[in-house]
Design a protein around this ligand. Structure first.
Ligand SMILES: CC(C)(COP(=O)(O)OP(=O)(O)OC[C@H]1O[C@@H](n2cnc3c(N)ncnc32)[C@H](O)[C@@H]1OP(=O)(O)O)[C@@H](O)C(=O)NCCC(=O)NCCS
Length: 175
């Protein structure tokens, strides 16, 4: 069976992505999450996989950003909103979409490393796919100002070489 993977502009593809993200993270669930109040950046690009039985099955958002690491400006690729529809899980869709997203990030020659944020229940999923924890501090912007972002764990992926420690300022909203 052929699986088609779409790579689309983030804003233009939002109407296609929104119902899946709302289903995976509904408002009543968001209200219970420690990070439910966080304002997130909009994806620059999205990887989308449709289900053979119809509708969107899987989504991965891609973000490009110049961040600050220990006072150095570094261009990174972000991954966020990784989600697979409940009835489509365990078919390898998130693995495929994540790999496509990393390939897209790698194709941008300015990028030094990829960065994502996740909860503990997904650490093993990302570790098994080559991601490693970033042990340092993360700072980011929110509508009320700059905050230390420690509600999710940062994981990095070597495109060239990712730092494992230090202080990262996302220089904008998190993803
Ligand atoms: C995490 C998630 C995206 C995985 O989607 P998926 O399409 O089912 O993933 P895949 O089919 O590519 O991978 C499933 C594989 O990963 C494993 N896996 C899935 N979630 C895992 C987890 N949390 N920890 C460890 N392994 C996990 C499965 O056992 C399976 O392993 P196998 O390939 O060896 O059989 C999906 O469960 C999901 O949408 N969860 C809710 C939203 C979420 O937490 N997103 C992550 C935000 S950072």
């Amino acid at each position: 069976m052929t699986i088609e993977i779409d790579l689309l502009n983030g804003d233009a593809s939002w109407p296609r992505a929104e119902p899946l993200l709302d289903a995976v993270w509904p408002d009543d669930v968001m209200a219970t999450l420690s990070w439910g109040h966080i304002k997130w950046a909009h994806a620059d690009l999205r990887v989308l996989i449709d289900a053979p039985e119809g509708g969107l099955a899987c989504h991965v958002g891609i973000y490009f950003r110049t961040i600050d690491w220990n006072g150095n400006k570094i261009h990174v690729g972000g991954i966020g909103g990784v989600s697979t529809r409940q009835d489509c899980r365990g078919r390898g869709y998130a693995s495929l979409a994540l790999a496509a997203a990393v390939d897209t990030i790698r194709a941008n020659e300015a990028v030094r490393f990829a960065l994502l944020f996740c909860e503990e229940q997904n650490f093993a999923f990302y570790r098994a796919r080559g991601w490693e924890p970033f042990e340092g501090e993360i700072w980011c912007e929110q509508p009320d100002g700059r905050i230390r972002f420690d509600l999710m764990a940062p994981f990095v992926f070597d495109i060239k070489r990712a730092p494992r420690q230090g202080r990262i300022d996302l220089c904008g909203l998190p993803w």
